[in-house]
Design a protein around this ligand. Structure first.
Ligand code: WNU
Length: 152
């Protein structure tokens, strides 16, 4: 078995490489590592379903996902983007206090996501105004692009 310390060091240096988190102080990042859970998904698994309640934030540590969304006039959800290692998702429901606004589906077997719950997410962004402002701005952009493509 890999030791907890080895695991934590691995996630610590991985999180350092995530652009969103690169400026967080060491102790903050170490706290995140202590709090995160790892979830594993296979190709085709729904990680997030549009319209459901959700209170978790995800960072992709291995594999990839696609983002799909229901649009006016289309019977099936349409793919709007793909995300890979180091990308994150699920912030919008937390920040807008709304239901999930898109589907997130694993596109590879053994896709691994680091998962933070609402409390830990708030702790992570809460004390960093820049991070908070950055995510809020991004979430507003997402809402605007949803409107432009007539997402429902
Ligand atoms: C999009 N529209 C919507 C993505 C991830 C992180 C950032 C874009 Cl900062 P949620 C569904 C999640 C949502 C977002 C993600 O899907 N998403 C989008 C869009 O055009 N959501 N409505 N693109 S990838 C992405 C920016 O994370 O959060 O909790 O669940 O609503």
């Amino acid at each position: 078995m890999r030791s907890t310390q080895a695991r934590n060091e691995e996630y610590f240096s991985f999180l350092r490489s995530v652009s969103l988190l690169k400026d967080l102080p060491e102790e903050k990042l170490a706290r995140i590592v202590d709090c995160l859970e790892v979830d594993y998904f296979d190709e085709g698994d729904y990680i997030i379903r549009e319209g459901e309640e959700g209170s978790t934030f995800f960072i992709i540590a291995q594999g990839g996902v696609c983002v799909t969304q229901t649009m006016e006039g289309c019977p099936d959800p349409q793919q709007i983007k793909t995300l890979g290692v180091g990308d994150y998702f699920g912030e919008k429901a937390l920040i807008s206090e709304d239901v999930r606004s898109a589907n997130i589906i694993a596109t590879e077997n053994n896709t691994q996501c680091l998962v933070l719950d609402r409390d830990n997410f708030n702790q992570m962004v809460g004390t960093y105004e820049e991070l908070q402002a950055y995510l809020r701005e991004y979430v507003e952009q997402l809402a605007r692009s949803d409107q432009r493509r007539n997402a429902m």
